[in-house]
Design a protein around this ligand. Structure first.
Ligand code: CU
Length: 283
């Protein structure tokens, strides 16, 4: 109990420090000197953050314990301090303990880990779907529930950036999502493996040609968030960022209206027919 009390104070201090640093990190992207993960803005990301902090505590306790044990052994049992060593080789209690305790620690880690894995996997009551498709080297997005329009989002070159836009993270077209909405996220690829990774959302999912991967997000804070392709996919791998703007539901509805006009519908055949019909009507 005393050992726990000695450890409790520094651990509490560490937790407070980590929590305060991550609270100050701001949202949307990584910051210089940032400690901890980016500010989590989805339920999955919040749980990932909590799990990360739990692991940090466990790993710190283990590292401190092993270090103290080694210092103790080095001081107490070196040849000078202990010229005639004992010849004991076995201790049943110790052996049971050093097998059982690590197993218990792994179980303590495994249970929340699996819970989180399943929580991130299944979309509950999805209100809308968007699909991200990885290409060499840009992402394209589809909005099947809002008229099935689609657009490509390519990285802006350094010369094209407006003041305040981060380099290597800003795209020409932006993915717009409504706040506080359960969104099913489908991820696929066109050519090679990519990965759609958005740290603030707690999403990092492989984009695989010929396969549809699914996850979900519910962003609880409006803002602009940045992510990057996280699977080596060729020379342009570092130049296919992800930029997502999360807006109010009303602003999203307005955006959808303009997006429908601005972006091509995936149902090209019907739009061609429509154009032809209009042409013949005009004649
Ligand atoms: Cu890629």
């Amino acid at each position: 109990m005393t050992a726990w009390r000695i450890l409790a104070a520094p651990m509490a201090l560490l937790c407070t420090f980590v929590a305060s640093v991550s609270a100050h990190a701001g949202h949307g992207m990584a910051h210089p000197w940032q400690l901890g993960l980016q500010e989590p803005v989805t339920p999955v990301a919040v749980q990932i953050n909590d799990f990360h902090n739990l692991l940090l505590v466990i790993i710190t306790v283990i590292a401190v314990f092993v270090t103290l044990l080694m210092i103790y052994v080095m001081v107490k049992f070196n040849a000078k301090a202990n010229p005639i060593p004992r010849t004991t080789t076995h201790n049943t209690l110790l052996e049971v303990l050093w097998t059982a305790i690590p197993i218990l620690i792994l179980v303590v880690i495994a249970i929340p880990s699996f819970k989180l894995l399943y929580f991130a996997d299944t979309t509950k009551d999805a209100e809308m779907t968007i699909k991200a498709v990885g290409h060499q080297w840009y992402w394209s997005y589809e909005y099947p529930d809002h008229g099935d329009f689609t657009f490509d989002a390519a990285m802006l070159e350094k010369e094209e950036l407006q003041p305040g836009q981060p380099r290597l993270l800003t795209t020409d077209e932006t993915v717009v999502l409504p706040v506080n909405t359960n969104i099913r996220l489908l991820i696929a690829a066109d050519d090679v493996l990519h990965a759609w990774a958005m740290p603030s959302f707690g999403v990092k999912l492989d984009a695989v040609p010929g396969r549809l991967n699914e996850t979900w997000v519910r962003v609880e804070k409006e803002g602009t968030y940045y992510g990057q392709c996280s699977e080596l996919c060729g020379t342009g791998h570092g130049f296919m960022p992800i930029m997502v703007k999360v807006v109010s539901k009303e602003a999203f509805a307005t955006w959808v209206k303009t997006a429908k006009e601005e972006y091509a519908s995936r149902d090209e055949k019907s739009s061609v027919k429509l154009a032809a019909a209009n042409d013949s009507a005009a004649e």
